[in-house]
Design a protein around this ligand. Structure first.
Ligand SMILES: *Cc1c(COP(=O)(O)O)cnc(C)c1O
Length: 284
C-alpha cells in the first residue's frame, strides 16, 4: 500500500485494514502464519512517521510500503516453514501514470496463464509474478506494457491485466471480471466499484470473454477500458493486442469516465473531498 501526504500536509494511508486483511488471507493460503493486523498497522504507522521526510507530495505519489513475509527455517523440504520473517520494504514513488502519457497497450496471451482455478492467483504471492514474466517479455516485443490474462482453462475469459484489475465501460454499464478464484482481489478494484455505484452507474461483475471485447471494439459499443491498482492508479487502455491483431478502444486516447474516477479517487485520498466511505486513515 501507499502512505501519502494529504492536502493538509498530514500523512495518510488508504484502506490499510483491507490491505492487511488481504495479506492475512494470502498468508493463510500459503500455510504461513496470520499476524495481528492492528499491531502491524501500528508498526506501519511508526515506520511512516520515522520516514516522513521521504514521503513525496503530489497526486499518485507517496511512500510505497510493501509488508512482506518469507520462510526462514534452514532446511531443505517442501513443507511449511517453522519460522518466518515479516518485514516492510519501503520506497518513495512518484505518480506512476502521468495524466498526459499515452494510454496503455496490453497483450492478451492465448498461450500463457498467470493462475488457474484452485491455485494461488488470489494470493499476493511472489510465485504469481514469476509465472507472469515470460508473457510480459513477449508482450513487450509487441509494444505492450502489460499482459491481459485470460483464464487458465479455456484461454477465453478475461481475468486481469498484469498486476492490476481491469474494467470495461459500455454506454450504460461498467463491467469487470467476477472474482473467480484466480483473480487478485484488488482494493482499487473494490473502491472503483463502490465509487461508480455511488454515482448511480450500473456495475456488473461477470465473466467477460476476449471475443466479446474484440467484437465490442469493432462495433464501437465499448467506450473505455482501464486498469486499477494501488501502484499505478487508474490507467486507461488504448489498444489490445490479441492473436496478431491490434484492437483500438474507441479512438484510443482513453476517456472521460476513467479520468473522472481518477480525479474523484485522488480527491478523496488526498483530502480535497470528503471521504464518505471511511477509506482514509491518518497515520499520526
Ligand atoms: C496488487 C495487485 C493488484 C491490484 O490490487 P490493489 O489492491 O488495487 O493494489 C492486482 N493484481 C495483482 C496480481 C496484484 O498483485
Amino acid at each position: 500500500m501507499k502512505a501519502y501526504k494529504g492536502a493538509d500536509g498530514q500523512l495518510y494511508f488508504f484502506r490499510p485494514q483491507k490491505n492487511l486483511e488481504r495479506m492475512n488471507l494470502s498468508a493463510q493460503r500459503l500455510c504461513m502464519p496470520r499476524f495481528p493486523s492492528e499491531l502491524v498497522l501500528k508498526v506501519l504507522k511508526s515506520l511512516v512517521y520515522l520516514e516522513r521526510d521521504w514521503v513525496p507530495r503530489g497526486d499518485g505519489a507517496g511512500l510505497y510500503m510493501r509488508p512482506t513475509m518469507i520462510a526462514t527455517e534452514p532446511k531443505l523440504g517442501a513443507d511449511p516453514s517453522e519460522s518466518y520473517l515479516f518485514y516492510v520494504i519501503s520506497s518513495p514513488i512518484g505518480a506512476y501514470h502521468k495524466e498526459d502519457s499515452a494510454p496503455a497497450k496490453i497483450y492478451a496471451s492465448d498461450t500463457y496463464t498467470r493462475a488457474a482455478e484452485g491455485g494461488i492467483g488470489e494470493a499476493k504471492s511472489g510465485g504469481n509474478y514469476a509465472a507472469s514474466l515470460l508473457a510480459a517479455a513477449l508482450g513487450k516485443e509487441k509494444g505492450c506494457s502489460q499482459v491481459l490474462w485470460l483464464d487458465g482453462k479455456e484461454h477465453k475469459y478475461i481475468e486481469q491485466a498484469g498486476s492490476a484489475n481491469i474494467f470495461f465501460k459500455y454506454e450504460d454499464a461498467l463491467v469487470t471480471p467476477e472474482l473467480s478464484g484466480s483473480i487478485l482481489h484488488g482494493i482499487t478494484r473494490d473502491s472503483v466499484i463502490r465509487l461508480a455505484k455511488s454515482w448511480g452507474v450500473e456495475v456488473i461483475e461477470r465473466q467477460i470473454s476476449i471475443d466479446e471485447v474484440t467484437s465490442a471494439v469493432k462495433e464501437g459499443s465499448l467506450k473505455e477500458v482501464f486498469t486499477t491498482s494501488t501502484t499505478a492508479g487508474i490507467v486507461p487502455v488504448g489498444q489490445i493486442h490479441y492473436k496478431d491483431e491490434d484492437y483500438t478502444v474507441a479512438d484510443g486516447t482513453g476517456g472521460e469516465f476513467s479520468q473522472r474516477l481518477f480525479a474523484e479517487l485522488t480527491a478523496i485520498q488526498y483530502g480535497r473531498k470528503e471521504d464518505p466511505f471511511g477509506w482514509v486513515v491518518r497515520v499520526g
